[in-house]
Design a protein around this ligand. Structure first.
Ligand SMILES: *Cc1c(COP(=O)(O)O)cnc(C)c1O
Length: 388
């Protein structure tokens, strides 16, 4: 029998001293700030820059993201739910907040009390908001959503003459903005995106004929911001791009934009394996030679895709394969090819280490999904560690 190999351990200080955990999401707020300045530099001076911080700013942490955004060129914020908006107000954020999607009238009083700007996409909601404004004895702002081809929320652009005339009859409603949303802005073919912009213009002209001239028109998300400068209008709404993640593989690149989020874990155990030994539930991986298997305390319960014998981690600058199935709390990697390794070594599951990088898009391919889904899938039990 071979001499027992001593596996050396090297335990650093806990990353989060309050609830130490050897797996975390690292957030580089300095990069977020420089990404915002880079995006701002692409915009004409009068164009507003709205940061979409829905779903906790795509997993980054909404109050943290909003504070950095507003200090580095963003003027507005947007979220989807009232709870998300209330959390921002509770964190002391006073900037204008647009509520995306569609409301139910029962949400309107809270919208007013939190000083939010709801999106209105139906006459029934316009009526309810107008009535609340009347009772409150002030004009309350809304943005009108125009369905220009996404066919999700909004007034249908083809019927603009009809609903514009109806909206013009509401005396307490302040139509501060009007916007549309691209169904496809980040692919090479921009044909449909241009159709949507033309539909938007037609609807805005119909509003004008009814006497409504919203001060702020907007249609661009990250893809539109990058690839369709004619869609910048009065404001752009970017969510994913400030995080240094592109909405697609083919959209324009901005030099200097860097990823803000990375996911890291420390090796918590190392198992020596002999040829023929198996790893994990269902014995899905068999060691082809004697070696070492490292355990990372991160699993599908943290949002890592539940794959088996697929995917990688970076350890000491090497790309090492995940072996066996990812479990709820842990995943195993084959460390045999890494010459020197120790318990306590930091592994990267998303992000860079040395010359190697695991991109958000690579993880999305592993999950057969999109980068947006990967970003928002990291669960709250993974602490966010902010670097300023
Ligand atoms: C999520 C969202 C955005 C932001 O999209 P990105 O591609 O992340 O920039 C913009 N507008 C609306 C209406 C959205 O729902």
């Amino acid at each position: 029998m071979a001499a027992r190999q001593l596996i050396h351990a090297n335990f650093p200080e806990p990353v989060n001293p309050i609830a130490p955990r050897s797996a975390w999401v690292a957030v580089d707020l300095a990069r977020l700030a420089s990404n915002f300045r880079r995006i701002r530099a692409e915009l004409a001076p009068g164009v507003r820059l709205l940061h979409v911080v829905k779903d906790d700013a795509y997993g980054l942490g909404a109050p943290e993201a909003a504070a950095v955004a507003l200090a580095n060129g963003a003027t507005d914020l947007a979220v989807y739910t009232l709870g998300e908006a209330a959390a921002l107000r509770g964190a002391g954020i006073r900037a204008p907040i647009l509520l995306l999607g569609e409301r139910e009238p029962c949400e309107f009083a809270a919208c007013r009390d939190l000083d939010l700007v709801p999106t209105i996409g139906s006459i029934a909601n316009a009526l309810a908001w107008d009535r609340l404004a009347g009772e409150s004895r002030r004009r309350l702002p809304v943005h009108v959503k125009i369905n220009t081809g996404m066919n999700r929320f909004g007034f249908p652009w083809r019927e603009a003459a009809l609903w514009s005339a109806e909206l013009a009859a509401f005396g307490n409603l302040e139509i501060a903005g009007a916007f549309g949303h691209f169904a496809q802005s980040d692919e090479i073919d921009k044909t449909f995106a241009r159709v949507q912009l033309a539909n938007f213009k037609e609807a805005v002209d119909a509003l004008a004929r009814a006497g409504i001239r919203p001060a702020c028109l907007h249609h661009a998300n990250s893809g539109g911001f990058l690839d369709l400068p004619e869609s910048h209008l009065g404001m752009v709404r970017v969510g994913i791009l400030p995080l240094g993640v592109y909405p697609s593989q083919v959209c324009r690149r901005l030099d200097g934009l860097e990823p803000v989020l990375s996911v890291r874990a420390r090796i918590i155990a190392i198992q020596p394996v002999a040829t023929g030994d198996t790893v994990g539930y269902g014995m899905r991986w068999t060691a082809p030679r004697p070696g070492r298997v490292g355990v990372l305390p991160m699993g599908y319960g943290d949002g890592f895709p539940r794959v088996r014998n697929e995917g990688n981690a970076l350890v000491r600058g090497h790309r090492v394969p995940i072996v066996g199935g990812v479990t709820m709390d842990a995943l195993m990697v084959d460390l045999t090819e890494v010459p020197v390794v120790a318990i306590g070594d930091e592994a990267v599951l998303m992000g860079r280490q040395g010359a190697e990088e695991i991109t958000v898009h690579e993880l999305a391919a592993l999950k057969r999904s999109v980068s947006y889904d990967i970003l928002v899938s990291w669960r709250s039990r993974l602490p966010r560690i902010y670097h300023r």
